[in-house]
Design a protein around this ligand. Structure first.
Ligand code: B12
Length: 228
């Protein structure tokens, strides 16, 4: 790992990042900044344990808190890179535009799989070996020279049906992801959004897309919960 990469990683970890990965984005991204830095924060175990039936107020609180922390971490990382003379763009929640069909130009999950942090589960979430799908993500784009991780291009979900079984919107078809398989070929974002918003309205009285049942059901998440 070269010096700038090591220092950037230290900055991100000092700011609170739990997982950091570096991605070669050339095959997936036409923009000028060809390196992605993926940052993940886990949902606290006690929050995930409260999710099997859908969102609860503490999940909403954690969601807001982690989003704020991620924005601060990637902003600090981008500021550090710029101070070192590189170009850098922090993909904060406010800086990313979402289209009407729920797509962004360069999703955090693409940066994450390209950096080797995990794969896309049948539930369409990033699944990491460390925390399962119980992570929130952000990313930085840059032209700083770094050694990139080995991309993960295949799912490790196997024949698992846990996410599909608990999805209140029946949004999970069960088809296995591999790099290049489009989201809409295995997951229905409209059905997910509709069911999650109904659940959030009913359970926490908020107009927000918040569910979390597939996160809690994932066997990799359960492994994270079983530790300690
Ligand atoms: C739009 C959006 C939604 C939409 C659509 C969801 C979706 N899967 O697209 C709706 C409203 C339904 C939604 C719901 C939820 N969301 Co949401 N959402 C987003 C948002 C803003 C953009 C996602 C996007 O661009 N989708 C477009 C599709 C095409 O891309 P994708 O979802 O990333 O997945 C594809 C690519 O990554 C691609 N890909 C990956 N690697 C590679 C490699 C190569 C070579 C190629 C070619 C492609 C490729 O493959 C994937 C499948 O096609 C992101 C934040 C962000 N800026 O990324 C959060 C995000 C995906 N959401 C998140 C979460 C947690 C949720 C919810 C659980 C809500 C909640 N908090 O309770 C639900 C459940 C969603 C689910 N099961 O997928 C997290 C996911 C964390 C994780 N572990 O993956 C994110 C990253 C937010 C965050 N900051 O952490 N969400």
């Amino acid at each position: 790992m070269c010096e700038i990469q090591q220092k950037l990683k230290s900055v991100l970890i000092a700011q609170g990042a739990s997982l950091v990965g570096f991605a070669d984005l050339r095959p997936v991204w036409k923009g000028s900044l060809k390196t992605g830095v993926s940052v993940a924060l886990p949902l606290p175990r006690e929050v995930v344990r409260s999710l099997p039936n859908g969102p609860v107020p503490r999940y909403y609180d954690a969601y807001c808190r982690l989003n704020g922390r991620l924005d601060r971490i990637v902003t600090a990382g981008a500021e550090y890179l710029k101070a070192e003379g590189y170009h850098a763009f922090a993909q904060t929640a406010g800086a990313v535009n979402e289209s009407e069909d729920y797509r962004t130009e360069l999703p955090h999950k693409t940066v994450a799989t390209r950096s080797g942090l995990g794969w896309i589960g049948k539930c369409a979430l990033l699944v990491t070996p460390e925390y399962g799908s119980a992570v929130r993500l952000s990313s930085i784009l840059t032209d700083a020279p770094v050694r990139c991780g080995v991309p993960i291009a295949q799912s490790r979900c196997g024949s698992c049906t846990a996410g599909a079984d608990v999805c209140p919107g029946k949004a999970v078809s069960g088809k296995v992801w591999s790099a290049g398989v489009d989201r809409n070929d295995f997951f229905n974002p409209y059905a997910c959004r509709k069911a999650a918003r109904a659940l959030a309205r009913e359970r926490i009285q908020r107009e927000i897309t918040l569910c979390g049942r597939c996160i809690a059901a994932c066997p990799y998440t359960k492994r994270y919960l079983a530790e300690k």
